[in-house]
Write a protein that binds this ligand. Structure first.
Ligand code: CMC
Length: 431
């Protein structure tokens, strides 16, 4: 006998019963809203700060099983993509839903490569920042500014126009990211070199000085490709949600993506890798790890790079990054903070505080060590996250725009403030 896919709810205030449909393991909040609804009274609402158990969309982009530590893009395991694909192929997969044919890939790579240059006036915009501007602030402003250069982007229903903006965003992010890095160093901005691959070109714009051609170590290029693949999407995380929320107003994709960059900037999201490195430096040596762990357990601080809203197991990306660390350190020499990180991980994974809360290393725990070995200052770490995540944001944005069920994102509130107070003018209140 097939089970009935419904939920029966009895409202004990009235004795009324309601039968709510269950689809894909979820009930509809709008059906809950029918409970207790009368002409004068609003129906029942769902209170869920931080959306801990609220699905905001149906999505076919990324699958995560947090308990088992599984991550798949469009059904393909992250481990296989990191091992055998490259970032541009993964970006295509995320956005268009299928692996590209050879012809599709070549066209895609060509399009991305030839849109890496930005309008010269963007350079002027970037030059206007203070010498010590945080590169994430520069990135989010310059991506927002791109919307003024491509006003046609506001036509989000035209597929060709949409495709052009997707290409521009993916192509220009490394240019903007690299220039925000050079800005802080007072070095001239380096123009893209279209003979190079996506990752090589980024490294060239970051590090090239007077040499006529920049030739990065292929092991470092490969490590960067892997990091880009691992960071490309992560379903409905805070920044994807910001892109969707802002995108739901039907604004252009540059504005929606700059909202994503802003969300990513925070230390509980993409800013965590920067926070991890600062934490490791503050701890300083292996011997000081137990005292630091005690401080975390006493609630004095957080163990940055640990814990995840979704993973209650080892973050699969952290496993791959740990391996990439060894390959990068072969070229750059071992980062001395690795020892501190390994000791933290060892102690935390045995300690009941972390075990009982299912707190494991997340993607940010080891990535900062690689970035530092590659000579990036901590302020650049989140930029290195934002560049590949643009592919995921755009995949989420396209899905939103094409989804007839989506509406402008507008949550409810439970009002807790005063009502119908009589206003007393300042001249009387301050007598
Ligand atoms: N250190 C110490 N305690 C922690 C940590 C941590 N890193 N993370 C969670 N806890 C504790 C928390 O205090 C709470 O304990 P209790 O039940 O006693 O109050 C319990 O574990 C559950 O934590 P929560 O804050 O309710 O969990 P959340 O799902 O709201 O937060 C998180 C997830 C990622 C914000 C949080 O684990 C955290 O702040 N981690 C450190 C920051 C970090 O590494 N962020 C990167 C996330 S992965 C990359 C990305 O997606 O951007």
């Amino acid at each position: 006998m097939t089970q009935k896919q419904t939920l029966t709810v009895r409202d004990n205030r009235t004795g009324d019963e309601y039968e709510l449909d269950i689809t894909d393991g979820a009930i509809r909040a709008s059906d809950v809203g029918k409970i207790g609804k009368t002409e004068d009274e609003a129906g029942l609402a769902v209170y869920d700060p931080g959306f801990t158990n609220t699905a905001s969309t149906r999505s076919a982009v990324t699958f995560i099983d947090g308990d088992k530590g599984i991550l798949e893009y469009r059904g393909y395991p992250i481990e296989q993509l990191a091992e055998s694909s490259n970032f541009l192929e993964v970006a295509y997969l995320l956005i268009y839903g299928e692996l590209p044919t050879r012809e599709q890939y070549e066209r895609w790579e060509h399009e991305i490569t030839f849109h890496t240059f930005v309008h010269e006036d963007i350079k002027t915009v970037m030059r206007g920042f203070r010498y010590d501007a945080h590169p994430m602030g520069m990135l989010l402003s310059s991506v927002g500014a791109l919307s003024t250069f491509y006003p046609e982007a506001r036509n989000i229903t035209d597929e060709q126009i949409r495709h052009e903006q997707i290409v521009r965003l993916i192509a220009k992010m490394p240019t903007l990211g690299a220039w925000s890095f050079r800005h802080a160093q007072g070095k001239p901005y380096v123009y893209p070199d279209n003979d190079l691959s996506y990752a090589e070109n980024f490294l060239s714009m970051l590090f090239r000085m007077s040499e006529p051609k920049y030739e990065p170590d292929p092991r470092l290029t490969k490590a960067l490709e892997v990091l880009f693949i691992l960071h490309a999407d992560h379903e409905q995380n805070a920044s994807a949600n910001a892109v969707r929320s802002v995108g739901s107003t039907q604004v252009d994709p540059y504005s929606a993506v700059s909202a994503g960059i802003a969300a990513l900037f925070g230390p509980l999201h993409g800013g965590a890798n920067e926070a991890v490195l600062r934490m490791l430096k503050r701890i300083g040596s292996k011997e000081k790890v137990p005292a630091f762990i005690e401080g975390v357990k006493n609630g004095d601080e957080r163990l940055m790079g640990f814990g995840h809203r979704v993973y209650k197991n080892y973050d699969p990306r952290a496993k791959i990054i740990k391996k990439a660390c060894d390959e990068v350190f072969e070229v750059t020499g071992v980062n001395p903070l690795l020892e501190v990180a390994q000791e933290l991980e060892k102690i935390a994974l045995e300690d009941d505080y972390f075990v009982s809360r299912k707190l494991y290393p997340n993607v940010d725990f080891y990535s900062g060590l690689i970035y530092e070995a590659l000579q990036f200052p901590p302020e650049m770490f989140t930029v290195l996250f934002a560049i590949p995540r643009t592919a995921g944001w755009l995949a989420q944005w396209i899905e939103l725009v094409d989804d007839p069920e989506q509406k402008i994102a507008r949550p409810k509130q439970i009002y807790t403030g005063g009502r119908e107070l009589d206003f007393v003018p300042a001249s009387e209140r301050w007598k």
